[in-house]
Structure formats: structure tokens, C-alpha cells
Design a protein around this ligand. Structure first.
Ligand SMILES: Cc1cc2nc3c(=O)[nH]c(=O)nc-3n(C[C@H](O)[C@H](O)[C@H](O)COP(=O)(O)OP(=O)(O)OC[C@H]3O[C@@H](n4cnc5c(N)ncnc54)[C@H](O)[C@@H]3O)c2cc1C
Length: 259
């Protein structure tokens, strides 16, 4: 099955064009397809092709007794609600973090030291269940190459209200404009936002896209009539160039670019 997705509405940064994408309904999918989640960490070229999303049958949560299984298409708000309602610990940070289970696992998403990997038990990649320790989960990175159809989490009781509150508070200081979250990963011992601010790019924009004045490492859409994929790439390159020239630090992109 295929469906048209208007990426100017689908992506959290609200930049893009309508593209016909495949909907993956079972484990035997075309391996040349590029899988997307809910588009909260993406920039997608208007010329991109061979894209896919997971079908609705992968939007589920199952209690397996000592583990919780979540389908790849399930969104973070639903996962958060399930964990909170069942007094489960470990995913409180999802209160303030958008995305699908597939994207959250692939990115090892998290806030501060609260990360997916902390309570991940195993992941179903291309129909094979693999233990979390074998998937190379580190800061916003994993070695997963195939499609994440589901993941299982350790079932530990004791929802931590204070973690939810801390993450909600952190989110309040983040930009309100459409964004794709952090543009760059924090380099070891430093902060990408601090470096971008130090080179004068906090609040700087070009053709409707720029680094937020609220948080310099957030790439935001300042003007939906002007902002485009090319201007977003320009801004990212400018950030990389300025920080390298000033500090000799090569920033690594956190945002995923689908060409
Ligand atoms: C306002 C805002 C705040 C944010 N704050 C944070 C934060 O504090 N911490 C943080 O870590 N992130 C943050 N993000 C980024 C984003 O929430 C996470 O990266 C999230 O995990 C993205 O999930 P997604 O489903 O949208 O994935 P997408 O953005 O659609 O995709 C991200 C990557 O995951 C891959 N992927 C998606 N689904 C699958 C699948 N089923 N199988 C295999 N690979 C897949 C894609 O190919 C791509 O490489 C923020 C984003 C926004 C908009």
C-alpha cells in the first residue's frame, strides 16, 4: 500500500513537500526503502524517494508479564500514558519528547541521563528479536540498520513523578516555533547550543529557517511561507562552518537528513 504524505505538515519542523510513500504492513518489506517514524528529527528533501512508514498494526502496547512490548508505530505520548497509568518506571521523560517507538529506539532518544537504553530489553529488527546490549546504543546513536517493528522494555514499578516534572520544566524553556529538536549532538564536554551562541548564531535565520533565540541548538521554522529544505541545509552548514573556524570542533548532526 502507498499513501501521500505532505511533509510540510507531517514533519515537526513543517518543511517539505507531498511525496508518495510505502506503508509497511508486514515483515517482508522491500529492503531498499528508507523507513521514517513520526518525523520529529527529520529534514526530508522534496526529491526524496523510496520512503516508507509503518502501518497501523504496529501501533500497540502489550503487557507480557515481566516485559512491556510496544509496536514501532506507537507514539511517545501513548507510551508515556501507559507507563504512568500502570505505575511503571523508566520512560517518564517521554512526557516531553515527541516521536514513534521506532524513532525513539533508533535515536536512543532521551533527556539528560534518562535514555531509552536504560530500560530497553530487546528490539525486533526485521522480524528478529535482538537483545538491547547487542545494538550499540550510545548517545543519540545505535547500530540498528533494519526496520524496528517493536521493542520490549523491562517492567519496573514506581513511576517517578519528579522526573516527569523536571522534563516538563525543561521543555518549557525550549522554542515554541516548529522545530526538529536539537540540530547537533553535544560534543564531548561541551554544548552545541553554547558553541552556536558563541559564534553569534543564536536567533540567526536565513530564508525562514534559523537557530532559535530561545535555544541556539534548535533549528526552527521562522516563516512557513519562506522556509525550505535548501535554506535549512544552508543554515546547518553555516553552523558547522562557524563553529569549526572558531573552535576547531566538528559538530555532528543530530537531525537526520533524507536526501
Ligand atoms: C520539540 C522537540 C523536542 C525534542 N527534544 C528531544 C530531546 O529532548 N531528546 C531527544 O533525544 N530527542 C528530541 N527530539 C527529537 C525527536 O523527538 C527524537 O529523535 C525522536 O526519537 C524521533 O522519533 P520519530 O519517530 O519522529 O523519528 P523520525 O524523526 O521520523 O526518524 C528519526 C530516525 O529514526 C529512524 N526510524 C524511525 N522509525 C524507525 C523504525 N521503525 N525503524 C528503524 N528506524 C526508524 C529514521 O530512519 C531516522 O533515521 C525533539 C524533537 C522535537 C520536535
Amino acid at each position: 500500500m502507498k499513501k501521500s504524505i505532505d511533509f510540510s505538515k507531517y514533519l515537526s519542523i513543517k518543511i517539505g513537500a507531498p511525496i508518495l510513500v510505502d506503508v509497511i504492513e508486514d515483515y517482508s518489506y522491500d529492503k531498499s526503502l528508507k523507513i521514517l517514524g513520526h518525523g520529529c528529527n527529520l529534514l526530508v528533501s522534496p526529491d526524496a524517494h523510496s520512503l516508507a512508514v509503518l502501518g497501523d498494526r504496529f501501533d500497540y502496547i502489550k503487557d507480557l508479564g515481566n516485559l512491556i512490548e510496544v509496536g514501532g508505530a506507537c507514539n511517545s505520548a501513548k507510551i508515556f500514558k501507559f507507563f504512568k497509568q500502570n505505575n511503571l518506571s523508566g520512560l517518564e521523560f517521554l512526557r516531553a519528547l515527541p516521536g514513534s517507538l521506532g524513532g525513539l529506539v533508533k535515536m536512543n532518544a532521551g533527556m539528560k541521563h534518562y535514555e531509552i537504553k536504560n530500560i530497553l530489553h530487546s528490539v525486533c529488527v526485521d522480524s528478529e528479536w535482538i537483545e538491547a546490549e547487542k545494538l550499540g546504543l550510545t548517545y543519540r546513536k545505535t547500530d540498528i540498520n533494519g526496520v524496528i517493528f517493536a521493542a520490549r522494555f523491562k517492567k519496573e514499578y514506581g513511576f517517578r513523578q519528579e522526573v516527569e516534572e523536571m522534563c516538563t520544566l525543561m521543555r518549557k524553556t525550549h522554542p515554541k516555533k516548529p522545530s526538529c529538536g536539537s540540530c547537533f549532538k553535544n560534543p564531548e564536554g561541551d554544548f552545541a547550543g553554547r558553541l552556536l551562541e558563541a559564534v553569534g548564531l543564536r536567533g540567526y535565520s536565513y530564508c525562514g529557517v534559523g537557530f532559535s533565540e530561545a535555544h541556539a541548538n534548535f533549528l526552527v521554522n521562522y516563516d512557513r511561507n519562506l522556509a525550505g529544505y535548501d535554506s535549512a541545509l544552508e543554515i546547518i552548514r553555516l553552523g558547522e562552518k562557524r563553529v569549526y573556524e572558531e573552535f576547531g570542533i566538528k559538530l555532528e548532526k543530530e537531525v537526520i537528513i533524507i536526501e
